[in-house]
Design a binder for this molecule. Structure first.
Ligand code: KG4
Ligand code: ZN
Length: 339
């Protein structure tokens, strides 16, 4: 089955083509103009989607060496996201579906992230945990099958990426600050300042990052009201990053123990963070099969939307049969510790 996926929920315009779970193309055009404003400007985002979506879709088809006539179905992100941005993608997809008489499948963006481990490799075994960490979302899911999953917990305030970006703004960095903090942190001491780790000891899987943001604000106001000197900035970045990453990994660790799970997928823009990647492997790598997709499958992308689209157009049972035929059973699952 050949599916065209379209994603325009925020500031990435993306189109992808998937054939029998193999990715033939995944074109992503990121809108950098928002960096200038220190955050995504919804009105601008939708206007840029309008300008570029036709070209992005044509490029995705061209790279897949297919024409729209050869496509079996179109899937598109319909929620959640910026309304003006979603409208562009969904209407473009509707237009194509009507004009070329193709089935149209609306896809939940978060569902795309949850299953994005399958973009990295097909033998991801159920049940698995999926940590979705981006600028808009931070949530941990227990995934039983393609059509059954539960949210174990989510952020009560800021998302992890939002925390990186807002704290970056406080210390005078550009937008998005996540990658900048990641870079500066390499020259700092992660244990120099002990910033709060929200809800790390709570008996649930919820997250909270707003206390960290407030702590950094008070720290600056009290100690460095005229701005952070460079040497301090490095240590602050490293310590802030450590606090965020520590919470993310600790929550995954608890869920692995509680549910006896042997596979963990980490996806979303924040999964690009080098410290998160390193510490997740270091702390959890012996207990789980750790899958962190390549960057272009972690950030917002249409390949994940096309994948779920194919799944929904095929019978889910056929899909799971296809996978179990290909990979038989889980050969030697790593043993997860149980409480
Ligand atoms: O998934 P994404 O591309 O877009 C959505 O928010 O949906 O994620 C963007 C977020 C931003 O908050 C950005 O600061 C963060 O991911 N991010 C990072 C890194 N790269 C991107 N955060 C920490 N370290 C990084 N290397
Ligand atoms: Zn996203």
């Amino acid at each position: 089955m050949k599916i065209l996926g379209i994603e325009t929920s925020c500031d990435e315009t993306s189109a992808a083509v998937i054939k029998d779970m193999a990715i033939l193309s995944n074109v992503i055009s990121s809108q950098t103009i928002h960096n200038y404003f220190g955050g995504v400007v919804p009105e601008l985002a939708s206007r840029i989607h309008i300008k570029i979506i036709s070209k992005v879709v044509s490029d995705a088809l061209a790279q897949a060496q297919l024409t729209i006539f050869e496509i079996d179905g179109i899937s598109v992100t319909h929620q959640p996201g910026l309304v003006g941005s979603l409208v562009v993608g969904t209407n473009f997809a509707k237009g194509l579906a009507l004009r070329y008489n193709k089935p149209l499948v609306p896809i939940d963006h978060i569902e795309g992230h949850i299953f994005s481990g399958f973009l990295e490799k097909l033998n991801v075994y159920f049940p698995f945990l999926s940590l979705v960490v981006s600028g808009g979302h931070t949530a941990l899911f227990l995934v039983h099958s393609f059509n059954s999953y539960e949210m174990l917990g989510s952020t009560r305030d800021d998302a992890a990426g939002e925390a990186f970006d807002k704290i970056g703004k406080l210390v005078g960095l550009g937008y998005p600050a996540g990658p900048i903090i990641d870079k500066l942190a390499k020259s700092g001491d992660p244990n120099k300042y002990s910033f709060p780790r929200g809800l790390i000891k709570s008996n649930d899987f919820d997250f909270s990052f707003s206390g960290l943001k407030t702590a950094v604000r008070y720290f600056i106001e009290k100690k460095y009201p005229n701005g952070l000197p460079e040497s301090v900035l490095f240590d602050v970045c490293a310590s802030v990053q450590e606090a965020i990453v520590d919470v993310l990994i600790s929550k995954c660790e608890n869920a692995i123990k509680t549910y006896g799970i042997s596979t963990l997928v980490i996806a979303g823009g924040v999964s690009a963070n080098s410290r998160l990647r390193y510490l997740a492997k270091e702390r959890l790598g012996n207990f789980v099969d750790l899958i962190i997709p390549q960057m272009h499958y972690c950030m917002d992308n249409a390949a994940m939307i096309a994948l779920i689209g194919e799944l929904k157009l095929m019978e889910t049972s056929n899909y799971e049969r296809f996978l179990s035929y290909k990979f038989k059973a889980n050969p030697t699952p790593k043993r997860a510790r149980r409480n």
